[in-house]
Design a protein. Sequence first.
Length: 109
Amino acid sequence: MDIEGAEGKLFERREWLSYVKQIAIELHGKENIKRVPEALREEGFNLRFMTKTDLIKGTLRNGLLHLPSLLKAEKRTKILTNYLFSKKYNVPALSKEEYKILYWERSSN
């Protein structure tokens, strides 16, 4: 879910969460980073922050599954090429405090 800062609004009403088993959310802003995890914990979800390992695994998995699209995007952006030579790739959700990507899974209790 990526709704550019409106995450807190979405969680004001929670009845829809009873239909959700897993969710990934990009949170924007310190208030959302505080309030949304609190709301999800209250609804029985377990939290895990996105890590660099998640990013690498996802890129490899999706790259292999969608190789033509990956090659087309790489031709346009040169992100992987630049990373291989500079070892630098800035992902806001990993490097900035005002952005976080969270993975949630409902407790089996």
